[in-house]
Write a protein that binds this ligand. Sequence first.
Ligand SMILES: [Mg+2]
Length: 230
Amino acid sequence: MSAFIFDVDGTLAETEEVHRAAFNAAFAEASLPWHWESDRYKELLRVSGGKERMRTFVDEEEILSETPLDDLIPRLHQTKTRHYGQAVAEGQFVLRPGILDFVAEARERGIRLAIATTTSQENVDALLAAAFGGSEAFEVIACGDMVAAKKPAPDIYQLALERLGLPAAACLSFEDSSNGLRAAKAAGLRCVVTPAQYTVDEDFTGADLVLPDLRNAGPVWELFAAGAAA
Ligand SMILES: [Mg+2]
């Protein structure tokens, strides 16, 4: 038995611009004078998790909030999630090239599929519904706040492995970011990196394979076969 474990944002689809727009819409809806341009967002992406990212922004900008952050940030995150879900349902995302065919081929070969992401369950469900017609293809979905320590901590991958009931050696992980790669490696997984729009300049030292995307997935199957033979 073996499984492929996928990150979501940047790996299944280019979603970061949708996330950024949703954050900005939530800030505007709360009448906050905050706005994240793409350069700033790229810096903030080093922090996994939307709530954690907002908190880092408030700290770095030394913003003095009238509303306690423990109230404000979860509320903003709810609004952001609503905007994101609407945008994704309207098809405002771009799937990574080759991902649909790759997932279909993996299913045909009897490989089990899982998700390990720091994004929330609502966001994952919205994307899987819009892109894959639902979440049925993915037997295990480890996401959001199911673990306290987000990527680059290995916890979300460890949870996915536990739910799959498989050792790391039986699985391959797929990531687009350095944080994700570090999380996967810390969980003992082999990792294929397909850098995305926002992560293309990151350091992927330690990756088992770096490919522009999964259109020509031959090297992935070779890596997978090498692991199965080992
Ligand atoms: Mg990602």
